[in-house]
Ligand binder design. Structure first.
Ligand SMILES: N[C@@H](CCC(=O)N[C@@H](CS)C(=O)NCC(=O)O)C(=O)O
Length: 286
């Protein structure tokens, strides 16, 4: 169950830069930039530096929803920051997000460019700026924030815990996989019970809470995350599945989840997004 079985932590931990994990070459125990890198700037008020991971697509889905609602001033350029190539450690990127994680946003619409990092903070910032997808009635707003913060604090168990040990770790450690499978199934049950009473996570209204949860738990139950649908028996979570399918069919979700990703088959994804006409090149299978 252990790795290795006789591991006894030394008095002082030391960084061994090759641990064999999928991200060993980019993970480091120190912050800051590793190289000078100027980021490109497009013509729109919002410049997003990201990759089409679950945290990344929360923001592109949000922009596409805002545009769909009719906020034409939510136009944005989405540039690819390849995390497997270590581009999150470039100097300009680190100036936007000192934590070196995608997504990171620059808002040029005011007098001074404003930086926004952390996907939850970006969703909240945009929702408040455009007065959309975040209800203003006190009890509803509070409920959205409850779920937004639930997602931000729960998901590291899914990504950094379950996903890491089930898919990326160099050895399959039963103790770790059991621990995080149990927690992720509990989280799915939390969502399933909530969604048994409501259409969307806070009730009858689609909000940034749904936008933050879908890329992780929605895609997990749809079998699009970690190839773990059978392992976690996601079909048990009928209400989560119903909700996930409704969101998947939203045009803004369909567009947003295809941004800043490399196409394995032609015309599947956009490496960068600069205009709504970019999607004309994609095959949505409709
Ligand atoms: N809490 C952060 C997490 C962001 C995050 O973990 N991003 C990952 C991709 S999903 C990343 O940039 N990883 C690169 C790295 O760890 O070096 C958020 O929600 O924005």
């Amino acid at each position: 169950m252990n790795y290795p079985l006789d591991y006894d932590p030394p008095k002082i931990w030391k960084w061994e830069d090759e641990n064999g994990g999928a991200f060993a070459s980019i993970n480091r125990p120190i912050a800051g930039s590793t190289h000078d890198k100027t980021l490109p700037i497009g013509q729109h008020p919002f410049q997003l530096y990201s990759q089409g991971t679950p945290n990344g697509i929360k923001v592109t889905i949000m922009f596409e929803e805002l545009l769909e609602i009719g906020h034409s001033d939510a136009e944005y350029d989405a540039w690819l920051v390849s995390i497997s190539k270590g581009e999150q450690f470039g100097s300009d990127f680190v100036n936007i997000n000192p934590n070196s994680k995608i997504p990171a946003l620059l808002d040029y619409s005011g007098d001074e460019p404003k930086r926004v990092f952390e996907s939850g903070a970006i969703l909240l910032y945009l929702a408040e700026k455009f007065n959309s997808l975040l209800p203003t009635q006190d009890n509803r707003r509070t409920e959205v924030l409850n779920w937004l913060f639930w997602q931000m604090s729960s998901t590291p168990y899914l990504g950094g815990g379950f996903g890491h040990f089930y898919v990326y770790a160099p050895v399959k450690i039963q103790y770790a996989i059991d621990r995080y499978s149990m927690e992720v199934k509990r989280q799915l049950d939390v969502l399933d019970r909530e969604l048994s009473k409501k259409e969307f996570i806070i009730g009858d209204e689609y909000t940034i809470a749904d936008i933050s949860i879908w890329p992780w738990y929605g895609r997990l139950v749809l079998g699009q995350q970690y190839g773990a649908a059978d392992f976690l028996q996601v079909s048990e979570y009928h209400n989560v599945l119903r909700w996930a399918k409704i969101l998947s069919a939203r045009p803004a979700v369909m567009r947003g989840e295809r941004i800043n990703r490399k196409s394995k088959i032609p015309n599947q994804y956009l490496l960068e997004r600069h205009s709504s006409s970019d999607f004309e090149a994609l095959d949505f299978g409709t």
